[in-house]
Design a protein around this ligand. Sequence first.
Ligand code: ADP
Ligand code: ADP
Ligand code: ZN
Length: 215
Amino acid sequence: MNIILLGPPGAGKGTQASKLVADRGMVQLSTGDMLRAAVKAGTPIGLKAKAVMEAGELVSDEIVSGLIGEKLDSMAASEGAIFDGYPRTEAQAHSLDEILASRGRVLDHVIELEVDEDALVERITGRYTCANCGEGYHDRFKQPKAEGVCDVCGSTEFKRRPDDNEETVRTRMAEYRAKTAPILPVYEARGLVRRVDGMADMAEVSAAIAAILDN
Ligand code: ADP
Ligand code: ADP
Ligand code: ZN
């Protein structure tokens, strides 16, 4: 099983991908996470990507498609892939077709998380993660059970992304509308798009995705 989670910043792609990893042993391929790791490590890719990401613009198609190909090569054929935040342009969608075909993989579903844009700014400005294990939280929608302590690993260190501010979010949403939304009709024509109400509770969104995968 190979699926794409598609939706604007804050739609819940990372949240739902983590759930699928935990429940089904699938592998999450988040280009955002890969790029942040590259920035942190100061690799040549990280050095190129840093300012682009801080501005909320898109990193080059060659870089992200290269990262995806490398990650797939490290996976067992039996492991399903969840593409989270990739593809984001028509060129990337085309590259993904080639990347999958050359590895004997088939794209099963493109799951679109439908959300109300007005809600996204609040989702993103309230987002933070555990600095140790990466578990995602939200100031309003998902607080740790014990204040200031990660539910998963017990760490008391948390972090926020430098690009999760209102101004950059607006740019990221504009990028989504201009460059990413146009890939939906392409997948639609291939009968791959499944729509899920991303405004529902996290658990309801997970149940809707599970129903698609189990169908
Ligand atoms: P979100 O899920 O909040 O949209 P991501 O973590 O997926 O954010 O991406 C953060 C940033 O990393 C993007 O704003 C962009 O600069 C860069 N990025 C991530 N994935 C891609 C991609 N597939 N193509 C181009 N740039 C990307
Ligand atoms: P994306 O990966 O699409 O950018 P995330 O999964 O990181 O989005 O979610 C953005 C923020 O919104 C996170 O803080 C997350 O806890 C919260 N969130 C995710 N799904 C929901 C939901 N269905 N309802 C309310 N908040 C949500
Ligand atoms: Zn943790």
